[in-house]
Write a protein that binds this ligand. Structure first.
Ligand SMILES: Cc1cc2nc3c(=O)[nH]c(=O)nc-3n(C[C@H](O)[C@H](O)[C@H](O)COP(=O)(O)O)c2cc1C
Ligand SMILES: [Fe+2]
Ligand SMILES: [Fe+2]
Length: 401
């Protein structure tokens, strides 16, 4: 790094980019990489906020040395213990044996479990502060975003809020670091994907955390992944709250599972009719091709969801089955649902989907089109009726768009 980057008044960004890892948590595609952000507050005392993933330790340590030379770090604040941020703790402890590791009760349970670090603990609780000189760190407990120990740290002098994974985004930082330096469309998509994949299951806890932050004057939102927010803070707080309360945009995602194209043909018929009825955002995905990660993000994005499945061995086609299990797991709510599909003899795909819809307590907007083999007159008519019903509901809910 040819120069160190300051957020404000001796608060440094220590982010590193990971363009090598293919799957985050060995699960979610990193097609655009990811950044691990850590921060350094330099005052009479020095505090490090989180570390980075362990493959990036050398770069991380040299960045710290560029800023503080051989000076010792006094505090290591741990907002989150997942290894993409805790991967540097052992090294930091080796280099700074007197450092105080700051966390809550659950932080230390995890610190002991993951790294067997049982010394140097400094236990803090809600509202506690640590003075670094001019800078004052204050701690807010925001558990379950998305682990039990997660918390946020607020620097009162510069009004920087270090949020951990909250407001995090996939995608490396390619030169620009602050929201006003970037093309935000890309990061909003990657942030929604991160939210729906990693955080969404804990949306209730996100709402609680957002309530706790109300009234706090924030000049920087500094997450552990992706851009730092300084110009559009109110906007992003609102956006995050809307995701956490299951709000969605006008549009329809059609995800189908199809071996030989019969179910896929039905998807196209439905989509065409939706378009004729004035729906502009219509996305069609083949669940066998498109990774679950992107499907979840799109489903989080749009109000309308239409799932299609051919019948497969007495049930739903496996990639669609997998998607429904995941939607159940993340407890997504408030979507308009339609289902459809093709079978050879026993309608097992659509039956399975509708049983799932019932368990989710989701209402279907219309009768589910079901065909034996290729779509024929009756099922085509039902596809059209379903598209009409979906479009009508969307126009009712979003009359102005
Ligand atoms: C491996 C396999 C398993 C199937 N299992 C069922 C089944 O359990 N019930 C059924 O009615 N049809 C079953 N079928 C027939 C298909 O569901 C049917 O051909 C359907 O039209 C395929 O739709 P698609 O072209 O969208 O894949 C199966 C077909 C295959 C190849
Ligand atoms: Fe995490
Ligand atoms: Fe993370």
């Amino acid at each position: 790094m040819y120069n160190s980057i300051q957020l404000n008044d001796n608060i440094y960004w220590l982010g590193v980019n990971d363009r090598k890892t293919h799957l985050f948590e060995n699960l979610w595609p990193l097609d655009n990489g990811v950044s691990y952000n850590s921060y350094l507050v330099v005052d009479e005392k020095v505090a490090l906020i989180d570390t980075v993933e362990k493959s990036k330790i050398d770069e991380f340590l040299s960045r710290i040395e560029e800023i503080i030379g051989k000076r010792k770090i006094d505090y290591l604040i741990i907002n989150h213990m997942e290894p993409d941020h805790s991967g540097g703790i052992k090294e930091i402890l080796k280099l700074h044996p007197d450092i105080k590791i700051v966390g809550n009760k659950m932080t230390f349970v995890l610190l002991t479990g993951l790294y067997n670090i049982t010394t140097n603990h400094l236990l803090i609780a809600e509202g506690d502060t640590i003075s670094l000189g001019e800078h004052q760190l204050q701690f807010f407990m925001t558990p379950w975003l998305h682990w039990p120990e997660t918390m946020m740290t607020y620097e009162q002098h510069t009004k920087v809020l270090f949020t951990g994974d909250a407001f995090g985004s996939f995608g490396t930082l390619n030169g620009g670091i602050f929201d006003d330096e970037l093309n935000m469309n890309f990061y909003i998509d990657e942030m929604r994907r991160y939210y729906s994949n990693i955080v969404a299951k804990y949306s209730k806890m996100v709402v609680k955390a957002m309530e706790k932050l109300q009234g706090l004057e924030i000049k920087f939102l500094a997450s552990t992944h992706g851009p730092i927010w300084r110009s559009h803070i109110d906007w992003v707080l609102k956006l995050y709250t809307s995701w956490a309360s299951y709000q969605a945009e006008k549009g329809v995602v059609i995800v189908f599972g199809s071996m030989y194209g019969n179910t896929e043909q039905m998807a196209d018929i439905i989509a065409r009719r939706l378009s004729e009825k004035g729906i502009r955002d219509i996305k069609i995905y083949d669940a066998s091709r498109r990774h679950l990660s992107y499907l979840l993000s799109e489903i989080w994005h749009y109000k309308g969801l239409i799932l299609g499945s051919s019948a497969y061995n007495g049930g739903v086609f496996p990639p669609i089955e997998n998607l429904t299990r995941k939607l159940e797991d993340i407890e997504i709510k408030d979507r308009l649902l339609g289902t459809f599909g093709s079978s050879g003899w026993n309608k097992a795909g659509v039956k399975g989907l509708n049983k799932w819809a019932e368990e989710m307590k989701w209402e279907l907007v219309a009768t589910s089109p079901e065909t034996k083999g290729a779509p024929e007159k009756n099922s085509i008519e039902q596809c059209i009726q379903m598209a009409d019903a979906m479009a009508e509901r969307l126009h009712e809910l979003y009359p102005e768009i």
